[in-house]
Design a protein around this ligand. Sequence first.
Ligand code: NAD
Length: 472
Amino acid sequence: MLPKAPLMTIDGKGVEGSEKLSVINPATGKSFIEVPDCTREELDRAVAAARRAFPEWKALSYDARREALLAIAAVLEEHGDEIAELIVQEQGKPFSAAQGEIRSGLRWSRGTAALELPVRIAEDSAERRVEVHRVPIGVVGAIAPWNFPIVQACWKILPALLAGNTVVLKPSPFTPVATLRLGELLQGVLPAGVLNVVSGGDRLGPWMTEHPDIDKISFTGSTATGKLVMRSAAGTLKRLTLELGGNDAAIVMEDADITKAVEGLAWGAMRNAGQICSATKRIYVHDSVYDHFARAFADRVAGVRFDRADVAGAEVGPVQNRTQFERVSAIIEDSRAEGHGFLLGEAEAGSDAGYLIKPAIIDCPPDDSRIVVEEQFGPVVPLLRFTELDDVLKRVNATQYGLGVSIWSADLAKARELSLAIDCGTAWINETQYVSPDFPFGGHKQSGLGVENGIEGLLAYTQTQTLVLRRG
Ligand code: NAD
């Protein structure tokens, strides 16, 4: 059944929008709904509403804002399946995966609400008392990608609101529907203007990043777009958090538990059709266990059911949009043309009706091949051999990216030492992609600027205000 088109939320009310944007279902490649294509005037109204709502929201107690986050959790819980169904249609993932996304949003709402923002006493002497307060920044423009529309929105709006900011949230033009619906559901929960949700095409992001009345941009997307955002935000010296691309490596050491590594990395590489910033995108395996690992890994991935979300038993859906379908197909084609070995997926072609791509595993391509160097962001992964730790360390670090790494070994001390030598925001040992509202996530090098999550992520939505009180 076609969902009813949700509206934008501006100043606490639904806004139909004077122009429209159509949204495609990746399972069919066809448009299934039209949503508002926000005009500049509508964006100005949203920003003005956020600005008006700011002083009162900021003046609320921290505990009152904490309660608001718990109220958001209650909405996600009550309407979880309805929102998950929209995610399936616009994003392409199976319903169970979309439900997982809602559960994650819930965990983030409650976990973020539990964070504290204490005043730091820097000096407390006979002469003076110095207090370092954390105050909100103002109006936050939150710009999200299409891989996890609700989770990515939650990672931004929850800490921004808790810290006392107001928000204008823009989902990706590829996946605006569930986010718009969440905005509608929150209209009665948050005061008018505190959270505005606007949807639009390619013109809307740049309007936000250059907007004179937005104080901070929290952006998640590709490294190339992140650079445009930074340039555009310079005009008004906006505060920035940039969560960008990754080319995460996994290192499977000779003493690794191969069964566990195979299970962890099959999902690490293929979950959400590989469309995760911290998906495992290169797997380096010690020569002594390479053949064993490669066989077991190919068998495991071959057992994952890739299909349209409406096919019973589907575990992984199509990639999200045509550009991504063409990009990932071209990377696989490049490996074919270059004569790389395939452990899986050599003969498979993507489906033309939708954007389904069957998984592929490339066997020891050269280090300078596209599949090793580029962020594939799709269900294809290269396996690479190594023998010496020094060598693998150099190869893992030889990239502009620095998001995450996973190391698989029975020797935790050695794995820990190795992980600290890798340029990355997160190193996982014997697992991958475990993230939480309790600790920071972000990238080194060109994988980003700043972090999200944890107290460090919350602080990014504040600025310091130091009070110096002279005594006597
Ligand atoms: P994208 O850069 O194409 O788009 C991201 C968002 O930016 C969208 O909302 C888009 O409309 C908007 N946008 C596009 N051009 C803009 C501009 N000039 N100014 C302002 N906004 C603009 O990214 P995507 O294709 O949606 O997402 C995939 C990328 O996101 C991958 O590289 C992935 O690694 C990255 N990602 C990173 C993280 C992380 O936490 N580091 C998480 C998820 C995804």
